[in-house]
Design a protein around this ligand. Structure first.
Ligand SMILES: [Zn+2]
Length: 511
């Protein structure tokens, strides 16, 4: 016996030493602050493989880019509803007036888990054409590389001379008129994205289009200038044309296209005797003072495409883990993206199949927990985010639980690309609470906390007085609103860190 024990003790001490050596050389994942066992096993159940598989499915060609308000919106909504059911979420019954939501609606007209509305939706078939050049020598440009039509712009069959109008801002009360000295009547206005730093006021893309139309322009081209502002550099803004909705009703809009910076430079450098980087020089002067730099180019543009506008269903999918108390926590991510405008597929893997995959995986983890949360957890897959937050605004206009008992809205958008840090925006929360969650999740050294983020589905909730948290993977998202936003660019480790952080915040708020 004695010798047995000595041998056993010898082994035990050897194992302990080996473990200690292993811990020093290969430290396993250690929680900075050990979470309670139920949370810990929920965190351990998170699988980046499952999330990647979901992203691959949603960003695949069969979902066609998930444009809000199209039949692809319905198809992706059905898929998410099925995943919610498989995860074990309860799909609450939701009344949508007289609307029938195919496959999700019961006999009494109430849908399970689907909140829907009809919206007019513009779609653009694959034969858009932009040609640029001297009157008799217009060259056809390449969609997706040289330009993208503004996706909700009206049908185009126009040709006109291109007139550069700076940033396209006209604001007489503040002494700025980017159109001074030129006539764009029957021409094509070319204006830069954004605004100069010396103009601190709001002037939207829709404002610029309205002005161009008032001045008689037949259409417009817009481009990112060659001089980027620091925040644009941080976001990884490039000169490529970007997917974009103009957000003007068809009857108030004129046809337009986002062109590459290179093409804008080409248009402006073809004046005889001009510097090759003329656009750079013009933007430099625009950035220094509000003086006009408007100039008529010697180039013409021809825009041709047909836009079809139809009413379509816009659908939010809602799943639920019922709580024991009267309050609610919402976890949301938008599912919609840009579809296949002009024949070009926008897969939207990072934006926002990634956030959708995160909420699905968090739902799967939480439904396995053998303890009811004190607050009800609503998982919402929003549509219409890319169309000025149509889906989240639909929810806040028709909430299924009162907004004043909704104690947090946690939004996940762009969760799979970047430098490995987590960018967290918050409103109505104590900083400490969200730092604490980072510690519990074991990602405290990766969390960068900020205040309010101006864009995303949390905005309508913030406006309604609900405290919000927005989680975005940090660093540059180089494929933002590009056809190159594919599953191959997603980093599973980033995805996993976002999911563990989101799960922990939800736990902290609901359990
Ligand atoms: Zn987006």
């Amino acid at each position: 016996m004695n010798s047995d024990r000595t041998i056993r003790n010898g082994w035990v001490s050897r194992i302990v030493i080996c473990l200690a050596v292993l811990l020093v050389t290969h430290p396993p994942f250690i929680f900075a602050q050990s979470p309670e066992p139920l949370l810990q096993s929920a965190i351990e159940s998170l699988s980046s493989d499952r999330m990647l598989a979901d992203i691959r499915t949603l960003s695949g060609p069969s979902f066609n880019g998930r444009q809000g308000g199209t039949k692809d919106d319905l198809k992706s909504a059905r898929w998410v509803a099925q995943e919610f059911i498989s995860a074990g979420l309860h799909l609450p019954r939701i009344r949508n007036g007289s609307l029938i939501v195919p496959l999700l609606t019961g006999k009494d007209g109430a849908a399970s888990g689907a909140m829907a509305t009809l919206v007019p939706t513009a779609t653009m078939p694959s034969d858009s054409v932009l040609r640029i050049g001297k009157t008799n020598r217009l060259a056809t440009k390449q969609p997706g590389v040289d330009y993208l039509p503004i996706f909700d712009s009206p049908s185009a069959d126009i040709q006109g001379q291109i007139v550069f109008v700076g940033y396209g801002i006209v604001d007489p009360t503040r002494g700025i008129d980017d159109y001074a000295g030129v006539d764009v009547n029957n021409g094509i206005a070319l204006f830069l994205r954004g605004k100069p730093e010396h103009y601190p006021f709001h002037f939207s893309h829709a404002d610029k289009v309205r002005i161009a139309r008032e001045r008689g322009a037949l259409g417009y081209l817009t481009a990112t200038g060659p001089i980027l502002q620091p925040y644009e550099v941080r976001r990884g803004v490039t000169g490529s044309p970007s997917a974009f909705y103009g957000q003007l009703p068809l009857e108030l809009a004129i046809p337009g296209a986002w062109i590459s910076t290179a093409l804008a430079q080409e248009i402006l450098t073809t004046l005889e005797g001009e510097l090759p980087d003329r656009l750079h020089a013009l933007q430099e002067r625009l950035n220094q003072s509000p003086s006009t730099q408007a100039v008529r180019s010697n180039q013409f543009a021809s825009l041709q495409w047909k836009t079809v506008s139809e009413e379509g269903l816009l659908i939010n999918v809602i799943g639920m883990v019922p709580g024991t108390g009267p309050e609610t926590v919402i976890v949301g991510a938008h599912r919609d993206h840009f579809g296949r405008p002009g024949g070009i597929l926008f897969p939207g893997a990072d934006d926002n199949a990634s956030g959708t995959a995160v909420i699905l995986e968090v739902a799967r983890a939480l439904t396995k927990v053998e303890q009811r949360p004190s607050r009800t957890i609503l998982f919402i897959s929003f549509s219409g985010e890319e169309r000025d937050l149509l889906g989240s605004r639909l929810y806040t206009s028709r909430p299924i639980v009162p907004l004043d008992t909704t104690k947090a809205m946690i939004n996940i958008d762009h969760a799979g690309v970047g430098n490995g840090r987590l960018t967290v925006g918050m409103t109505g929360f104590q900083k400490d609470i969200l730092l604490e969650a980072g510690k519990t999740a074991g990602v405290h050294d990766k969390v960068d906390l900020y205040g309010f983020f101006p864009g995303g589905d949390h905005v309508p909730f913030k406006e309604a007085g609900v405290p919000t948290v927005t989680v975005v993977s940090g660093g540059v998202h180089p494929h933002f609103h590009q056809p190159t936003d594919t599953v191959e660019t997603i980093d599973p480790e980033i995805l996993h860190n976002v999911a563990r952080y989101v799960l922990t915040v939800v736990w902290q708020q609901a359990y």
